[in-house]
Design a protein around this ligand. Structure first.
Ligand code: GAP
Length: 497
């Protein structure tokens, strides 16, 4: 079997567009940079992943509830959160052609990784390396901070007084609703509030297909813990023995880029992960990512160095996936935000954020697993994209595959197509399914393999004689014969693994 070794970002992008997973938004008008619409297969894949996340992190647990907040948000929210002051990237503009660039991306393009640097440091690196405009060789301006929030206006007057922001993260809506959720739902520490939703960032240079978008979907949990009980985690045993590839900040500060293989128990004991609850959420995130089909071997857990920590964070780990065409890239961040957000909202709103935990009154600390849906889909598709016996196969986990079953009559003759359509109608009541009667059966199998359909049901001569069909497996190409009466049960068993 060949794998994704030579897979390029262009291959993957054109595959996703050609097979109806994603389309550049506004494509008929030339597209909009940083915006992708989901096509029919992408929309199904999206739903499968979101539903599984919702089930895994909310429905099956006792300690997490959900909210669904607004996209257009009260401006005070972002003053309190620090986004107005601190949520920016550095912009440089070409003096000749006027093109804009993100300063750190220009350095990244010549192999210099910068996490956080000041405007002065970026400027002197750009000068030192003699970087000019990649389009026209023009001189570049000095880096200036550019706030990433999208602004809009509420009501008919377009002035400063009526300005509001499209949320750049879902997290803040959880903090502004914290008191209401706590009191209405009678929550007890430790507990979490989760949210899925679209967020908007006016990225200076969107790139990497789904990787850096201007509109994307976050799946976030804010998990509230008594600050004095960060190591009292009754769920820790569930993840303690999980071995991860961990790249601590202290190694990166010595320019080491090779992670250590370590269990989460050891990582906590050695003080690499500061609290048990933080280690638990790293483990639980990895368990979910592997559950939906991402290979743990292609995941590393990288700690943020002090210079790159966000203004709110005490300790942050990025869950990074190895993309063959971009290297290690963040698909999820897991931060210990301390009590920064609740304290700031308390200060800006004048409403107390302190809650009871037994006899104590505390402002909880927050551990935040923050997943970016589109980056996870990019990792899933990259991981699943294989060439088996010379043919492209999207080897997606059956649980998230957009189409679960293909139904084919062996040949396009009325006695077969009649029966096949009957079976298709009935299969479709239980699973997402496709039907095709044109072309050779081999060609139809390969087309279904390419869009990740885990199994194909074929109606042939024996079906008409003894009411049985074949089930063909995408990854092994093996076939089994089952009775039509037991088809739903058998497919359910297969698709649940
Ligand atoms: N509430 C914390 C927060 O928003 P973040 O690291 O800025 O943290 C969390 O974002 C996740 O959102 C990232 O791990 C990534 O998966 C996704 N993400 C961030 N910026 C993105 C972008 N421009 N396009 C696509 N996904 C993005």
């Amino acid at each position: 079997m060949q794998t994704t070794k030579s897979l390029t970002l262009d291959d993957l992008t054109s595959f996703c567009v050609r097979r109806g997973f994603f389309f550049p938004s506004g494509r008929i008008y030339g597209g909009l940079r940083g915006f992708y619409d989901y096509g029919p297969l992408g929309a199904e894949l999206r739903k499968e992943v979101l539903d599984d996340w919702w089930y895994y992190f909310i429905r099956q647990r006792e300690d997490i509830v959900s909210i669904h907040g607004c996209v257009i948000t009260h401006p005070k929210t972002w003053e309190a959160s620090g986004h107005i002051e601190a949520f920016y990237d550095y912009l440089v503009t070409c003096s000749k052609c006027g093109k804009n660039y993100r300063a750190d991306h220009l350095l990244e393009d010549i192999g210099i990784q910068v996490s956080t640097l000041t405007a002065e440091a970026l400027s002197s690196l750009i000068n030192e390396k003699g970087i000019k405009c990649p389009e026209c060789e023009g001189e570049l301006s000095t880096p200036t901070p550019f706030n990433l929030m999208f602004t809009t206006y509420i009501g008919p007057k377009r002035d400063k007084l009526n300005e509001a922001y499209l949320r750049p993260e879902t997290a803040q809506l959880i903090f502004t609703n914290f008191r209401d959720v706590y009191y209405t739902m009678g929550m007890k520490l430790p507990f979490g509030i989760a949210q899925i939703g679209e967020v908007f960032r006016n990225e200076i240079s969107p790139r990497g297909f789904l990787f850096r978008l201007r509109e994307f979907t976050q799946m976030e949990i804010e998990y509230f813990v008594n600050p004095n009980k960060l190591d009292e985690c009754p769920l820790f045993e569930e993840i303690a023995s999980l071995t991860v590839q961990l790249l601590p900040a202290e190694l990166q500060e010595k320019s080491v880029d090779t992670p250590v293989r370590i269990t989460l128990q050891e990582a906590w004991e050695k003080g690499l992960i500061h609290s048990k609850w933080h280690a638990y959420w790293i483990g639980e995130s990895l368990r979910w990512l592997t559950r939906i089909g991402i290979d743990l071997e292609k995941i590393r857990v990288r700690e943020h160095m002090k210079t790159e920590l966000a203004h709110y964070a005490l300790q942050t780990f990025d869950i990074e996936y190895y993309f063959p065409f971009m290297g290690w890239k963040e698909i999820e961040g897991i931060s210990n935000r301390g009590s920064y957000d609740l304290k700031r909202h308390q200060e800006f709103s004048g409403r107390s954020m302190a809650i009871e935990d037994g006899d104590e009154l505390v402002i909880p600390y927050v551990i935040e697993p923050s997943f970016g849906l589109e980056r996870i889909l990019l990792a899933l598709i990259t991981d699943a994209f294989k060439v088996i016996q010379g043919r492209p196969v999207l080897s997606l986990n059956a649980g998230v595959a957009p189409i679960k079953v293909a139904v084919f009559p062996i040949v396009d003759k009325p006695e077969f197509t009649r029966k096949a359509r009957e079976i298709y109608k009935f299969v479709k009541k239980h699973f997402t399914a496709i039907y095709e009667e044109k072309g050779t059966i081999g060609k139809r199998y390969y087309e279904a393999d390419e869009i990740g359909v885990p199994v194909a049901v074929t109606i042939d001569g024996l079906t008409l004689e003894e009411d049985t069909v074949t089930i063909r497996f995408r990854d092994t190409r093996k076939q089994i014969r089952v009775s039509v009466k037991e088809l739903t049960q058998t497919l359910t068993k297969i698709l649940q693994g």
